[in-house]
Design a protein around this ligand. Sequence first.
Ligand code: NI
Length: 385
Amino acid sequence: MPVIPEINAFSDDLVAIRRDFHEHPELGMEEVRTSGIVAELLKKWGVEVHTGIGKTGVVGVLNGNGPGRTIGLRADMDALPIEEKTNLPFASKTPGVMHACGHDAHTTMLLGAARYLAESKKFNGKAVFIFQPAEEGLGGAKAMLADALFDRFPCDEIYGMHNNPNGKPGKVGVKPGQAMAGADFFDIRIKASGSHAARPQESIDPIVIGTNLVQQLQSVVSRNVSPTEPIVLSITQIHAGAAYNVIPSDCTISGTMRFFDSDVANHVRKRIRDLCEGAATGYGVEVEFDNREIFSVLVNDENLSNVMVDIAADVVGEDQSTITDELTTGSEDFADMLHVIPGAYCTVGHEGTLPLHNDGFFLDESILPVGASIYAKLIEQRTAV
Ligand code: NI
């Protein structure tokens, strides 16, 4: 069975909404224009609107025809600090900011579901539409939870989705149980002692200490963790110095860890700290390890994973909607909501093939009515259970 015909009928409107969001991307916690449009459209369609939840978050509530369960659907709204290089006619007009993860489409798909459900009202119970800010490592889900999201809008189940530029339009996948990695972001600050580059004996060189430390950090996953435990430790930034003839005083190393098991994660955090302390003692400098636990492990409810696959199959076909056993080392802060309310998170494939977060990222807009239909069917079927 294809997408819901009523949604297909207004798919041009969805494309227009998505292109407008794409042209005017906003970074996490700054989604003022985006959330304003979301609130305005929801109101226009007769959905009860609550704004300012988790700063720029919006919640829409739509009552069905009679008593039933309450199902929450969540989309993210933020863009990334990337300079867009797509040359699309509706490319970002904001320098250095781009919807390179397709959150413009996620927001649009949830709006599409809300419009259809408000117009058709073929459900009992209640739909809660959660438009979340700041998914890209800035704690939008936690901010909404801290604003009592599920105390104010209790849900029996919640669902979310992410576009997947895998070149397979309409391919839906759900991984039951642990699905996406938890993630830490960290900075290691080496405070040493600079000098003239011609007189290194007068310095304690932070670049030598820092580059050694990077090599040592590479041994943590390979030597201190069981090969059967999936974990990633990537150093992604190293900053030091500004001149050819100066040994600087400081060096900062930054990176991320991705994990599925909290004991393993704690062990790796301890090893990083130990190596930092070793460098500090060995070289007689100060080494500060500043670690932030940003994302928790995303865990899909086993039963509801099957429910989501079955409902998505109504839209994309049974052979296209499947349970997968593939863990992803990417992270997603919907995980924080799934720790409070059971639910599931799926990926929906589309024709694009450039990876998420690429400055040329292309989103195939035929995904819009597909995602909106899956969301709408989740409400129609799960409120009635
Ligand atoms: Ni994303």
